[in-house]
Design a protein around this ligand. Structure first.
Ligand code: SF4
Length: 275
């Protein structure tokens, strides 16, 4: 993977500090420090995409599905929850998302088709989440990690951490990096409860595909060390203003590819999305 330095204004005059680090921003820095800078430091706003709108709406619907008794957790219920959630979110977050009612309708039909796949990943009548959309804040050494966990379940074997994805799953050989954020959440759970989760699950609805891995204390110890090293690297970057770009095939999914001078050429990027 080549590394390119993008000229950015030095930050040395007044070194910045990050108050908290989320698992997804930590993943951004690991992937490409320049991407992290665009998002977390410069806070450059990019217009939301239809994929993000679908993801946010689906997460809200799936969260609310478990407000209902097991027998009522049907596809029709989930579709209605999606419609209700979209009406709420559209008004506030996505008022100009679609140019026409036809486009919005086509998006809605496609979204419900993807959402229907959820029932191919698990039977929600058999699931009783211990937590949903859990806002986690935890100090680890000199850093504070904050993020929102989709779901935690109490199973017979122990705690299971689940994340919903509305995009397509990456090929299996590339799946392990996708667990990076979930391992951080597992670490936070261990810190807060004293219990080590036993399993991490990624439910990709656009497939559907389920990836699961076991997790143990040794892996979480390693993740804590990795996180501390990442935090030190972020602070060094903040001190020096140096956030090297790391162009890769993933530039094709980057929201900043049109403004990033280091972005990999579009014909080098894959046609499918793993978002
Ligand atoms: S386009 Fe590529 S190199 Fe540029 S910020 Fe995004 S991921 Fe990094």
């Amino acid at each position: 993977m080549r590394s390119v330095t993008v000229d950015t204004p030095p930050l040395v005059e007044e070194p910045q500090q990050l108050e908290t680090l989320s698992p997804s921003r930590a993943g951004d820095f690991k992937l490409c420090p320049q991407l992290f800078k665009y998002k977390a430091i410069d806070k450059i706003e990019v217009p939301p995409t239809v994929h993000q709108a679908r993801g946010t709406t689906a997460h809200l619907a799936l969260q609310r599905l478990f407000d209902h008794p097991p027998a009522a957790r049907t596809p029709e219920q989930l579709f209605n929850l999606f419609r209700e959630a979209w009406i709420e979110l559209r008004a506030v977050d996505y008022p100009d998302m679609f140019e026409s009612q036809e486009a919005e309708r086509a998006w809605g039909i496609e979204s419900l088709g993807i959402l229907a796949n959820y029932f191919g990943t698990e039977d929600p009548a058999t699931v009783e989440p211990a937590a949903r959309e859990l806002d986690m804040v935890q100090e680890l050494g000199d850093m504070t990690i904050r993020g929102i966990l989709d779901r935690m379940d109490e199973s017979e074997e122990g705690l299971v951490v689940t994340d919903y994805k509305t995009g397509k799953a990456p090929p299996e050989q590339y799946a392990i990096p996708a667990f990076f954020a979930l391992k951080i959440y597992a670490l936070l759970i261990r810190e807060q409860t004293g219990r080590t989760p036993v399993r991490l699950r990624l439910l990709y609805l656009n497939g559907p595909t389920v990836y699961e891995i076991p997790v143990n204390g040794r892996q979480l110890d390693a993740m804590e060390r990795q996180l501390q090293a990442l935090w030190s690297a972020i602070n060094r970057a903040l001190d020096t203003g140096s956030f090297p770009a790391r162009p890769s095939r993933l530039c094709g999914w980057c929201s900043y590819q049109d403004i990033c001078p280091a972005a990999a050429p579009k014909d080098e990027t894959p046609a499918t999305t793993a978002a």
